[in-house]
Design a protein around this ligand. Structure first.
Ligand code: ADP
Ligand code: MG
Ligand code: MG
Ligand code: MG
Ligand code: MG
Length: 435
Protein backbone atom coordinates (compact mmCIF):
# COMPACT_ATOMS: atom_id res chain seq x y z
CA UNK A 1 0.00 0.00 0.00
CA UNK A 2 1.38 3.38 -1.05
CA UNK A 3 1.69 5.90 1.79
CA UNK A 4 4.24 8.52 0.76
CA UNK A 5 3.18 9.74 -2.68
CA UNK A 6 6.21 11.98 -3.19
CA UNK A 7 8.54 9.03 -2.59
CA UNK A 8 6.40 6.86 -4.89
CA UNK A 9 6.75 9.55 -7.58
CA UNK A 10 10.53 9.75 -7.17
CA UNK A 11 10.90 5.97 -7.46
CA UNK A 12 8.78 5.76 -10.62
CA UNK A 13 9.67 8.98 -12.44
CA UNK A 14 6.17 10.44 -11.97
CA UNK A 15 5.96 14.17 -12.68
CA UNK A 16 2.25 14.75 -12.12
CA UNK A 17 -0.57 13.30 -10.07
CA UNK A 18 -4.09 13.48 -11.37
CA UNK A 19 -6.23 14.07 -8.26
CA UNK A 20 -9.56 12.80 -9.55
CA UNK A 21 -13.11 12.47 -8.24
CA UNK A 22 -16.37 11.37 -9.83
CA UNK A 23 -19.50 13.55 -9.78
CA UNK A 24 -23.15 12.50 -9.72
CA UNK A 25 -23.37 12.18 -13.51
CA UNK A 26 -20.30 9.93 -13.58
CA UNK A 27 -17.96 12.63 -14.89
CA UNK A 28 -14.37 12.31 -13.75
CA UNK A 29 -12.95 15.66 -12.62
CA UNK A 30 -9.29 16.18 -11.91
CA UNK A 31 -6.47 18.54 -11.11
CA UNK A 32 -2.96 17.85 -12.33
CA UNK A 33 -0.70 18.31 -9.34
CA UNK A 34 3.09 18.36 -9.73
CA UNK A 35 4.77 15.61 -7.70
CA UNK A 36 6.68 18.24 -5.69
CA UNK A 37 3.36 19.54 -4.31
CA UNK A 38 1.50 16.27 -3.71
CA UNK A 39 2.42 15.70 -0.08
CA UNK A 40 0.84 19.06 0.81
CA UNK A 41 -2.44 17.80 -0.66
CA UNK A 42 -2.29 14.25 0.66
CA UNK A 43 -4.10 15.20 3.88
CA UNK A 44 -6.13 18.32 3.06
CA UNK A 45 -6.78 17.56 -0.59
CA UNK A 46 -6.89 19.65 -3.78
CA UNK A 47 -9.47 22.44 -3.91
CA UNK A 48 -12.40 22.53 -6.35
CA UNK A 49 -15.41 24.81 -6.85
CA UNK A 50 -18.04 22.11 -6.38
CA UNK A 51 -20.77 24.05 -8.19
CA UNK A 52 -18.78 23.78 -11.40
CA UNK A 53 -19.44 20.02 -11.50
CA UNK A 54 -22.58 17.88 -10.99
CA UNK A 55 -22.79 17.67 -7.20
CA UNK A 56 -25.76 19.93 -6.42
CA UNK A 57 -23.60 22.55 -4.70
CA UNK A 58 -23.99 26.32 -5.08
CA UNK A 59 -21.37 28.90 -6.14
CA UNK A 60 -21.49 30.18 -2.54
CA UNK A 61 -20.37 26.88 -0.99
CA UNK A 62 -16.86 26.77 0.48
CA UNK A 63 -14.12 25.02 -1.47
CA UNK A 64 -14.62 21.32 -1.92
CA UNK A 65 -11.45 19.37 -1.26
CA UNK A 66 -10.66 16.16 -3.15
CA UNK A 67 -8.55 14.11 -0.76
CA UNK A 68 -6.61 11.43 -2.63
CA UNK A 69 -6.85 7.82 -1.52
CA UNK A 70 -3.18 6.85 -1.80
CA UNK A 71 -4.05 3.16 -1.98
CA UNK A 72 -5.88 3.75 -5.29
CA UNK A 73 -2.87 5.19 -7.14
CA UNK A 74 -2.30 4.00 -10.72
CA UNK A 75 0.62 5.10 -12.88
CA UNK A 76 -0.88 5.66 -16.35
CA UNK A 77 0.58 2.81 -18.41
CA UNK A 78 0.33 4.91 -21.59
CA UNK A 79 1.82 8.05 -19.99
CA UNK A 80 4.17 6.94 -17.26
CA UNK A 81 4.97 10.43 -15.99
CA UNK A 82 1.38 10.80 -14.72
CA UNK A 83 -0.39 8.88 -11.93
CA UNK A 84 -4.15 8.82 -11.22
CA UNK A 85 -5.60 9.01 -7.72
CA UNK A 86 -9.23 8.33 -6.85
CA UNK A 87 -10.22 10.92 -4.27
CA UNK A 88 -12.87 11.49 -1.61
CA UNK A 89 -14.79 14.78 -1.51
CA UNK A 90 -14.59 16.74 1.75
CA UNK A 91 -15.99 20.14 2.72
CA UNK A 92 -14.98 21.96 5.90
CA UNK A 93 -13.59 18.74 7.31
CA UNK A 94 -16.70 16.59 6.66
CA UNK A 95 -17.35 14.16 3.81
CA UNK A 96 -19.62 15.56 1.06
CA UNK A 97 -22.52 13.16 1.63
CA UNK A 98 -23.76 13.06 -1.96
CA UNK A 99 -20.35 12.48 -3.60
CA UNK A 100 -20.53 9.01 -5.22
CA UNK A 101 -17.32 7.55 -3.77
CA UNK A 102 -18.47 8.60 -0.28
CA UNK A 103 -21.90 7.02 -0.84
CA UNK A 104 -20.21 3.75 -1.77
CA UNK A 105 -17.69 3.82 1.08
CA UNK A 106 -20.51 4.27 3.57
CA UNK A 107 -22.36 1.24 2.20
CA UNK A 108 -19.18 -0.87 2.19
CA UNK A 109 -18.83 0.01 5.89
CA UNK A 110 -22.51 -0.84 6.54
CA UNK A 111 -22.01 -4.26 4.97
CA UNK A 112 -18.81 -4.80 6.97
CA UNK A 113 -20.70 -4.10 10.22
CA UNK A 114 -22.79 -7.15 9.39
CA UNK A 115 -19.70 -9.21 8.59
CA UNK A 116 -20.20 -8.99 4.81
CA UNK A 117 -17.69 -8.17 2.11
CA UNK A 118 -19.23 -7.60 -1.31
CA UNK A 119 -17.10 -8.59 -4.31
CA UNK A 120 -18.14 -7.76 -7.83
CA UNK A 121 -16.93 -7.87 -11.40
CA UNK A 122 -18.20 -5.55 -14.14
CA UNK A 123 -18.33 -6.12 -17.89
CA UNK A 124 -18.29 -2.74 -19.60
CA UNK A 125 -19.21 -2.94 -23.30
CA UNK A 126 -18.21 -0.12 -25.64
CA UNK A 127 -18.09 0.96 -29.28
CA UNK A 128 -15.04 2.13 -31.22
CA UNK A 129 -16.12 5.00 -33.49
CA UNK A 130 -14.59 7.60 -35.78
CA UNK A 131 -13.55 10.76 -33.88
CA UNK A 132 -16.79 12.59 -34.74
CA UNK A 133 -18.67 9.82 -32.92
CA UNK A 134 -21.29 9.16 -35.60
CA UNK A 135 -19.84 6.13 -37.42
CA UNK A 136 -18.35 2.77 -36.50
CA UNK A 137 -14.59 3.10 -36.93
CA UNK A 138 -14.15 -0.12 -38.93
CA UNK A 139 -16.04 0.22 -42.24
CA UNK A 140 -15.71 -3.51 -42.97
CA UNK A 141 -17.39 -4.49 -39.69
CA UNK A 142 -20.92 -5.01 -40.99
CA UNK A 143 -21.99 -8.63 -40.42
CA UNK A 144 -25.55 -9.42 -39.40
CA UNK A 145 -24.22 -11.49 -36.48
CA UNK A 146 -20.91 -9.76 -35.69
CA UNK A 147 -20.44 -11.29 -32.23
CA UNK A 148 -16.97 -12.88 -31.72
CA UNK A 149 -16.05 -11.92 -35.32
CA UNK A 150 -12.41 -12.99 -35.45
CA UNK A 151 -11.48 -10.92 -38.50
CA UNK A 152 -13.11 -7.74 -37.21
CA UNK A 153 -11.54 -8.25 -33.79
CA UNK A 154 -8.07 -8.40 -35.33
CA UNK A 155 -8.63 -5.15 -37.25
CA UNK A 156 -8.84 -3.41 -33.84
CA UNK A 157 -6.09 -5.54 -32.31
CA UNK A 158 -3.74 -2.59 -31.73
CA UNK A 159 -6.21 -0.82 -29.47
CA UNK A 160 -7.63 -3.86 -27.67
CA UNK A 161 -4.27 -5.55 -27.06
CA UNK A 162 -2.70 -2.31 -25.87
CA UNK A 163 -5.38 -1.89 -23.18
CA UNK A 164 -5.30 -5.59 -22.24
CA UNK A 165 -1.50 -5.44 -21.89
CA UNK A 166 -1.93 -2.48 -19.55
CA UNK A 167 -4.48 -4.31 -17.42
CA UNK A 168 -2.09 -7.25 -17.14
CA UNK A 169 0.74 -4.87 -16.20
CA UNK A 170 -1.48 -3.35 -13.49
CA UNK A 171 -2.19 -6.78 -12.01
CA UNK A 172 -5.93 -6.73 -12.75
CA UNK A 173 -5.87 -10.32 -14.02
CA UNK A 174 -7.41 -9.54 -17.40
CA UNK A 175 -8.55 -12.79 -19.00
CA UNK A 176 -10.46 -12.27 -22.26
CA UNK A 177 -11.45 -9.75 -24.93
CA UNK A 178 -14.11 -10.09 -27.58
CA UNK A 179 -16.05 -8.49 -30.38
CA UNK A 180 -19.56 -8.05 -29.02
CA UNK A 181 -23.00 -8.43 -30.53
CA UNK A 182 -23.19 -5.07 -32.35
CA UNK A 183 -20.93 -3.99 -35.19
CA UNK A 184 -18.14 -1.85 -33.75
CA UNK A 185 -18.78 -3.15 -30.22
CA UNK A 186 -16.25 -4.85 -27.89
CA UNK A 187 -15.85 -6.06 -24.32
CA UNK A 188 -12.78 -6.66 -22.19
CA UNK A 189 -12.82 -8.62 -18.95
CA UNK A 190 -10.74 -8.58 -15.81
CA UNK A 191 -11.14 -10.30 -12.45
CA UNK A 192 -13.67 -9.28 -9.81
CA UNK A 193 -12.58 -7.47 -6.64
CA UNK A 194 -14.01 -5.72 -3.58
CA UNK A 195 -16.79 -3.30 -4.58
CA UNK A 196 -14.74 -0.12 -3.98
CA UNK A 197 -11.75 -1.48 -5.90
CA UNK A 198 -14.01 -2.57 -8.75
CA UNK A 199 -15.54 0.92 -8.87
CA UNK A 200 -12.06 2.52 -9.00
CA UNK A 201 -10.94 0.06 -11.71
CA UNK A 202 -14.15 0.55 -13.68
CA UNK A 203 -13.60 4.34 -13.60
CA UNK A 204 -9.98 3.98 -14.59
CA UNK A 205 -10.87 1.48 -17.34
CA UNK A 206 -13.21 4.00 -18.97
CA UNK A 207 -10.55 6.70 -18.77
CA UNK A 208 -7.89 4.33 -20.15
CA UNK A 209 -10.08 2.95 -22.93
CA UNK A 210 -11.05 6.42 -24.12
CA UNK A 211 -7.45 7.68 -23.89
CA UNK A 212 -5.94 4.77 -25.82
CA UNK A 213 -8.70 4.94 -28.45
CA UNK A 214 -7.97 8.67 -28.90
CA UNK A 215 -4.27 7.90 -29.25
CA UNK A 216 -5.19 5.60 -32.16
CA UNK A 217 -7.39 8.27 -33.78
CA UNK A 218 -10.65 6.65 -32.63
CA UNK A 219 -13.44 7.50 -30.21
CA UNK A 220 -14.59 5.06 -27.56
CA UNK A 221 -18.15 5.37 -26.23
CA UNK A 222 -19.96 3.60 -23.41
CA UNK A 223 -23.28 5.19 -24.44
CA UNK A 224 -26.05 2.64 -23.76
CA UNK A 225 -27.61 2.69 -27.25
CA UNK A 226 -25.56 4.67 -29.76
CA UNK A 227 -27.20 3.13 -32.85
CA UNK A 228 -30.84 2.31 -33.49
CA UNK A 229 -31.35 -1.36 -34.31
CA UNK A 230 -27.97 -2.49 -32.93
CA UNK A 231 -27.40 -4.18 -29.58
CA UNK A 232 -26.68 -1.60 -26.86
CA UNK A 233 -23.79 -1.44 -24.40
CA UNK A 234 -24.51 -3.11 -21.11
CA UNK A 235 -22.35 -3.17 -18.02
CA UNK A 236 -23.40 -6.39 -16.28
CA UNK A 237 -22.32 -6.84 -12.69
CA UNK A 238 -21.47 -10.25 -11.18
CA UNK A 239 -21.99 -10.29 -7.45
CA UNK A 240 -20.92 -12.42 -4.50
CA UNK A 241 -20.57 -11.74 -0.79
CA UNK A 242 -17.69 -13.04 1.31
CA UNK A 243 -16.62 -13.30 4.93
CA UNK A 244 -14.65 -10.25 6.08
CA UNK A 245 -11.31 -12.04 5.72
CA UNK A 246 -12.23 -13.01 2.16
CA UNK A 247 -11.79 -16.73 2.82
CA UNK A 248 -15.40 -17.90 2.46
CA UNK A 249 -17.96 -17.17 -0.25
CA UNK A 250 -21.17 -16.65 1.73
CA UNK A 251 -23.23 -17.01 -1.46
CA UNK A 252 -22.05 -20.56 -2.15
CA UNK A 253 -24.06 -23.52 -0.90
CA UNK A 254 -24.13 -26.57 -3.13
CA UNK A 255 -27.17 -27.96 -1.31
CA UNK A 256 -29.38 -25.04 -2.37
CA UNK A 257 -31.17 -24.07 -5.61
CA UNK A 258 -28.54 -23.25 -8.28
CA UNK A 259 -25.84 -23.34 -5.58
CA UNK A 260 -26.97 -20.03 -4.10
CA UNK A 261 -26.96 -19.90 -0.27
CA UNK A 262 -29.85 -18.53 1.80
CA UNK A 263 -27.94 -15.29 2.20
CA UNK A 264 -27.31 -15.09 -1.53
CA UNK A 265 -30.97 -15.74 -2.15
CA UNK A 266 -32.15 -12.95 0.17
CA UNK A 267 -29.55 -10.55 -1.28
CA UNK A 268 -31.00 -11.41 -4.69
CA UNK A 269 -34.45 -10.92 -3.16
CA UNK A 270 -33.42 -7.33 -2.33
CA UNK A 271 -32.29 -6.73 -5.91
CA UNK A 272 -35.61 -8.07 -7.23
CA UNK A 273 -37.66 -6.08 -4.70
CA UNK A 274 -35.95 -2.78 -5.55
CA UNK A 275 -35.35 -3.42 -9.26
CA UNK A 276 -37.55 -0.67 -10.68
CA UNK A 277 -35.88 1.92 -8.44
CA UNK A 278 -32.47 0.44 -9.23
CA UNK A 279 -32.97 1.47 -12.84
CA UNK A 280 -32.61 5.14 -11.84
CA UNK A 281 -28.95 4.39 -11.05
CA UNK A 282 -28.22 1.40 -13.33
CA UNK A 283 -29.80 3.13 -16.34
CA UNK A 284 -29.22 6.79 -15.56
CA UNK A 285 -29.70 8.52 -18.94
CA UNK A 286 -32.53 9.27 -21.35
CA UNK A 287 -30.76 7.03 -23.87
CA UNK A 288 -30.56 4.10 -21.39
CA UNK A 289 -34.22 3.26 -22.05
CA UNK A 290 -33.56 2.58 -25.70
CA UNK A 291 -31.41 -0.39 -24.57
CA UNK A 292 -33.78 -2.02 -22.06
CA UNK A 293 -37.29 -2.88 -23.26
CA UNK A 294 -35.92 -2.57 -26.80
CA UNK A 295 -37.29 -4.20 -29.92
CA UNK A 296 -35.23 -7.04 -31.41
CA UNK A 297 -31.91 -5.85 -32.81
CA UNK A 298 -30.47 -6.80 -36.22
CA UNK A 299 -28.40 -9.59 -34.62
CA UNK A 300 -31.61 -11.27 -33.42
CA UNK A 301 -31.57 -10.37 -29.69
CA UNK A 302 -31.03 -7.26 -27.55
CA UNK A 303 -29.33 -9.21 -24.73
CA UNK A 304 -30.92 -6.61 -22.42
CA UNK A 305 -33.78 -7.25 -19.97
CA UNK A 306 -37.32 -5.94 -20.12
CA UNK A 307 -38.91 -7.48 -17.00
CA UNK A 308 -37.93 -8.08 -13.37
CA UNK A 309 -37.23 -11.82 -13.57
CA UNK A 310 -34.42 -14.21 -12.67
CA UNK A 311 -33.22 -17.59 -13.90
CA UNK A 312 -30.31 -20.01 -14.13
CA UNK A 313 -27.80 -19.88 -16.98
CA UNK A 314 -30.00 -18.00 -19.46
CA UNK A 315 -29.17 -14.51 -20.72
CA UNK A 316 -32.68 -13.29 -21.47
CA UNK A 317 -33.55 -12.32 -17.87
CA UNK A 318 -32.62 -9.40 -15.61
CA UNK A 319 -30.73 -11.73 -13.31
CA UNK A 320 -28.84 -14.84 -14.36
CA UNK A 321 -27.23 -17.33 -12.00
CA UNK A 322 -24.40 -18.57 -14.23
CA UNK A 323 -23.00 -20.96 -11.64
CA UNK A 324 -22.89 -21.56 -7.89
CA UNK A 325 -21.96 -18.78 -5.47
CA UNK A 326 -22.72 -15.66 -7.53
CA UNK A 327 -25.32 -14.03 -9.74
CA UNK A 328 -25.22 -11.64 -12.66
CA UNK A 329 -27.26 -8.44 -12.76
CA UNK A 330 -27.77 -7.67 -16.46
CA UNK A 331 -29.65 -4.40 -15.92
CA UNK A 332 -26.81 -1.82 -15.75
CA UNK A 333 -25.61 -0.08 -18.89
CA UNK A 334 -22.49 1.75 -19.98
CA UNK A 335 -23.74 5.05 -18.56
CA UNK A 336 -23.95 3.76 -14.99
CA UNK A 337 -21.80 5.72 -12.54
CA UNK A 338 -19.16 3.19 -11.38
CA UNK A 339 -19.51 4.14 -7.69
CA UNK A 340 -23.29 4.50 -7.56
CA UNK A 341 -23.68 1.19 -9.39
CA UNK A 342 -21.80 -0.66 -6.65
CA UNK A 343 -23.53 1.37 -3.94
CA UNK A 344 -27.04 0.58 -5.13
CA UNK A 345 -26.23 -3.14 -5.43
CA UNK A 346 -25.04 -3.20 -1.82
CA UNK A 347 -27.99 -1.07 -0.62
CA UNK A 348 -30.60 -3.30 -2.28
CA UNK A 349 -28.81 -6.50 -1.29
CA UNK A 350 -28.34 -5.50 2.36
CA UNK A 351 -32.00 -4.60 2.62
CA UNK A 352 -32.80 -7.96 1.07
CA UNK A 353 -30.73 -9.77 3.70
CA UNK A 354 -32.19 -7.71 6.55
CA UNK A 355 -35.78 -8.17 5.43
CA UNK A 356 -35.23 -11.82 4.36
CA UNK A 357 -36.56 -10.91 0.93
CA UNK A 358 -37.67 -13.74 -1.30
CA UNK A 359 -36.67 -13.37 -4.97
CA UNK A 360 -39.72 -15.38 -5.96
CA UNK A 361 -39.93 -18.20 -8.44
CA UNK A 362 -37.30 -18.41 -11.13
CA UNK A 363 -38.45 -18.61 -14.72
CA UNK A 364 -36.48 -20.80 -17.10
CA UNK A 365 -37.98 -19.49 -20.31
CA UNK A 366 -36.76 -17.42 -23.25
CA UNK A 367 -37.95 -13.98 -22.17
CA UNK A 368 -37.62 -12.60 -25.70
CA UNK A 369 -40.15 -15.01 -27.16
CA UNK A 370 -42.16 -16.18 -24.12
CA UNK A 371 -41.98 -13.13 -21.85
CA UNK A 372 -45.66 -12.41 -22.43
CA UNK A 373 -46.55 -15.63 -20.56
CA UNK A 374 -45.28 -14.12 -17.30
CA UNK A 375 -47.95 -11.99 -15.74
CA UNK A 376 -46.72 -11.67 -12.15
CA UNK A 377 -43.44 -9.78 -12.74
CA UNK A 378 -43.12 -6.00 -13.04
CA UNK A 379 -41.93 -4.49 -16.33
CA UNK A 380 -38.80 -2.38 -16.01
CA UNK A 381 -39.36 1.40 -16.25
CA UNK A 382 -39.95 2.53 -19.82
CA UNK A 383 -38.13 5.84 -19.52
CA UNK A 384 -35.91 7.87 -17.20
CA UNK A 385 -38.82 9.77 -15.64
CA UNK A 386 -40.58 6.53 -14.65
CA UNK A 387 -37.34 5.24 -13.14
CA UNK A 388 -36.79 8.46 -11.16
CA UNK A 389 -40.35 8.25 -9.83
CA UNK A 390 -39.81 4.62 -8.83
CA UNK A 391 -36.64 5.63 -6.99
CA UNK A 392 -38.43 8.50 -5.30
CA UNK A 393 -41.16 6.13 -4.05
CA UNK A 394 -38.63 3.68 -2.60
CA UNK A 395 -38.04 5.22 0.83
CA UNK A 396 -35.96 2.28 2.11
CA UNK A 397 -33.52 2.43 -0.76
CA UNK A 398 -33.36 6.22 -0.63
CA UNK A 399 -32.47 6.11 3.06
CA UNK A 400 -29.84 3.44 2.50
CA UNK A 401 -28.19 5.44 -0.28
CA UNK A 402 -28.36 8.50 2.04
CA UNK A 403 -31.06 11.18 2.15
CA UNK A 404 -28.67 13.94 1.04
CA UNK A 405 -27.47 11.88 -1.89
CA UNK A 406 -31.00 10.89 -2.89
CA UNK A 407 -32.28 14.47 -2.78
CA UNK A 408 -29.33 15.79 -4.79
CA UNK A 409 -29.55 13.00 -7.36
CA UNK A 410 -33.30 13.38 -7.81
CA UNK A 411 -32.99 17.12 -8.24
CA UNK A 412 -30.25 16.99 -10.89
CA UNK A 413 -31.74 14.06 -12.80
CA UNK A 414 -35.22 15.63 -12.90
CA UNK A 415 -33.57 18.76 -14.30
CA UNK A 416 -31.92 16.62 -16.96
CA UNK A 417 -35.26 15.06 -17.85
CA UNK A 418 -36.85 18.53 -18.05
CA UNK A 419 -34.07 19.64 -20.37
CA UNK A 420 -34.77 16.61 -22.59
CA UNK A 421 -38.51 17.14 -22.83
CA UNK A 422 -38.18 20.86 -23.45
CA UNK A 423 -35.95 20.11 -26.45
CA UNK A 424 -37.84 20.46 -29.74
CA UNK A 425 -37.35 17.34 -31.80
CA UNK A 426 -37.74 16.53 -35.47
CA UNK A 427 -40.12 13.74 -34.47
CA UNK A 428 -42.55 16.24 -32.93
CA UNK A 429 -42.52 18.34 -36.05
CA UNK A 430 -43.02 15.35 -38.34
CA UNK A 431 -45.87 13.95 -36.26
CA UNK A 432 -47.70 17.09 -35.21
CA UNK A 433 -47.37 19.62 -38.03
CA UNK A 434 -50.47 18.57 -39.91
CA UNK A 435 -52.59 17.69 -36.95
P1 ADP B 1 -20.36 -13.21 -19.02
O1 ADP B 1 -20.11 -12.46 -20.29
O2 ADP B 1 -20.52 -14.66 -19.22
O3 ADP B 1 -21.47 -12.62 -18.23
P2 ADP B 1 -17.67 -12.40 -18.22
O4 ADP B 1 -16.62 -13.43 -18.20
O5 ADP B 1 -17.66 -11.42 -19.33
O6 ADP B 1 -19.08 -13.12 -18.07
O7 ADP B 1 -17.59 -11.55 -16.86
C1 ADP B 1 -17.72 -12.18 -15.64
C2 ADP B 1 -17.34 -11.24 -14.51
O8 ADP B 1 -17.75 -11.86 -13.30
C3 ADP B 1 -15.83 -11.04 -14.40
O9 ADP B 1 -15.53 -9.72 -13.98
C4 ADP B 1 -15.47 -12.06 -13.32
O10 ADP B 1 -14.26 -11.77 -12.62
C5 ADP B 1 -16.66 -11.89 -12.40
N1 ADP B 1 -16.83 -12.98 -11.42
C6 ADP B 1 -16.52 -14.29 -11.53
N2 ADP B 1 -16.76 -14.94 -10.38
C7 ADP B 1 -17.25 -14.01 -9.51
C8 ADP B 1 -17.67 -14.04 -8.16
N3 ADP B 1 -17.65 -15.16 -7.43
N4 ADP B 1 -18.09 -12.88 -7.61
C9 ADP B 1 -18.13 -11.75 -8.29
N5 ADP B 1 -17.74 -11.66 -9.56
C10 ADP B 1 -17.30 -12.77 -10.17
MG1 MG C 1 -9.16 29.48 -10.72
MG1 MG D 1 -19.09 -10.75 -20.72
MG1 MG E 1 -21.15 -8.68 -23.20
MG1 MG F 1 -22.53 -10.79 -18.76
Amino acid sequence: MVKDLQKYAAERGIKYFMVSYTDLFGGQRAKLVPAQAINDMAVDGAGFAGFATWLDLTPAHPDMMAVPDASSVIQLPWKKEVAWLASNCVMEGAPVAQAPRNVLRKLVDEAAKEGLRVKTGVEPEFFLLTPEGDKIADPYDNAEKPCYDQQAMMRQYDVIAEVCDYMLELGWEAYQNDHEDATGQYEMNWKYDDALQTADKHSFFKFMMKSVAEKHGLRCTFMPKPFKGLTGSGCHAHISVWSLDGSENAFADSSKELGLSDRGRTFLGGIMKHASALAAICNPTVNSYKRINAPRTSSGATWAPNTVTWTGNNRTHMVRVPGPGRFELRLPDGAANPYLLQAIIIAAGLDGIRSKADPGKRHDIDMYTQGHTITDAPKLPLNLLDALREYDKDSTLKAMMGEEFSAAYMKLKHKEWDSFVSHFSRWEHDNTLDI
